[in-house]
Design a protein around this ligand. Structure first.
Ligand code: PHE
Length: 356
């Protein structure tokens, strides 16, 4: 027998004695399945003590291998069976503990159901506003958000160098095509597609390069217009007064201030009496929302400019009409007391759930 061969025999014999039955105590002491598996790995894992002995078997001469091999294999079988027994005991113990514990109450209803969806506050306000004008006899139409410069600006009488047409204020898609900056493009499209009399209302998204607490680069407008024979500012005032009363209650005061839009003449901005500081006697105390003016600015309007009629092929000698436009977000923010327009578009469920 060579030196290494006899060395291997000695090593394995000593190893077997050293291992003895210590693994039994280690297995029995393992409190969890993981601890048991760790203890098992220390014996029979890749770097386990018994694995090391098994590896040395190759160096044992043939005549000694039979006896020694039987001893090593016997120990290996012992380790495996002790491991399996302890594993089963641990499993049984945890099952017993589970059975002994307070049982699940299967009659409890599930904690999470499928949450019910609901309208976005912008959609709700938009539909409320449209409903008011529909009740007044306006027909609902829609127009594209990607629009020709001609329909968004030129036919509405914007001069080519008007600041609204500037690269800074509009989102241009390509030369002559942009994201509409207002819903007034629907006036042009509707007037070009059918003859008066026309009473149309429309709602949709519009885009401007604005972004702060009260301005979003995408927001929503409602546009309305009416074209017929002998339409005057009186009808415009009547329609918008009826609208304000439907929206904010009977007796809501309405105020027209002269203003400028290229496609109307005369043009006006409309304020309604502040609904937040209205007093029972009809006066208004002034508050933060109306900046102590007693008035809330809600829309732009005016009598449709004859040049617009000419551009869309309507005889301005025969027909007159009015148009108005208002922001949906502004109405929603006032109605729900939302301080920052961005809250409406962040889609935070904690915010939106309040409208369920
Ligand atoms: N289009 C205008 C704007 O966006 C609003 C408006 C519409 C004014 C119709 C007058 C008539 O500011």
């Amino acid at each position: 027998m060579g030196a290494d061969a006899s060395g291997a025999v000695l090593e394995i014999e000593q190893g077997l004695t050293g291992l003895g039955t210590s693994f039994r105590d280690a297995f029995a002491a393992a409190p969890t399945e993981q601890a048991l598996r760790d203890a098992h790995a220390r014996v029979l894992g890749k770097k386990g003590d018994l694995t090391a002995l098994l590896k040395r078997m190759g160096a044992v001469p043939a005549e000694a291998r039979k006896v020694l091999g039987e001893q090593v294999n016997a120990l290996k079988a012992e380790v495996e069976s002790a491991f399996a027994a302890r594993l089963a005991a641990l499993a049984r113990a945890s099952r017993d503990a589970e059975l002994a514990a307070t049982p699940f109450d299967l009659s409890l209803p599930a904690r999470v159901g499928t949450p019910r969806g609901h309208e976005h506050p912008i959609a709700r306000v938009r539909d409320d506003l449209l409903a008011i004008f529909r009740d007044l006899g306006f027909v609902v139409a829609s127009g594209p958000e990607v629009e020709f410069e001609a329909n968004n600006f030129t036919r509405l009488g914007f001069p080519p160098d008007h600041p609204a047409t500037d690269m800074q204020d509009s989102f241009w898609v390509s030369p002559g095509i942009l994201l509409r900056t207002h819903t007034s493009n629907v006036q042009v499209r509707e007037m070009m597609s059918r003859p008066p009399p026309l009473a149309v209302v429309s709602a949709g998204a519009v885009y401007r390069r604005d972004d702060d607490v009260t301005h979003s680069p995408m927001f929503h407008q409602i546009e309305g217009f009416l074209v017929a024979e002998r339409v005057s500012f009186a009808e415009l005032k009547g329609v918008l007064t009826a609208f304000a009363e439907r929206l904010y209650g009977p007796g809501t005061p309405v105020r027209f201030r002269p203003s400028y839009f290229p496609f109307v003449e005369p043009g006006a901005e409309v304020d309604v009496g502040c609904v937040f500081c209205a007093l029972p006697d009809g006066t208004r105390g002034g508050c933060r929302v109306c900046k102590h003016t007693g008035w809330l600015e809600v829309l732009g309007c005016g009598m449709i400019h004859p040049v617009v009629f000419e551009h869309v092929g309507i005889d301005p000698e025969k027909y007159t009409g009015f148009a108005f436009g208002l922001g949906v977000e502004r109405v929603a923010m006032l109605r729900y007391g939302i301080p920052d327009i961005r809250l409406l578009f962040e889609n935070d469920p904690r915010m939106l759930a309040q409208f369920g």
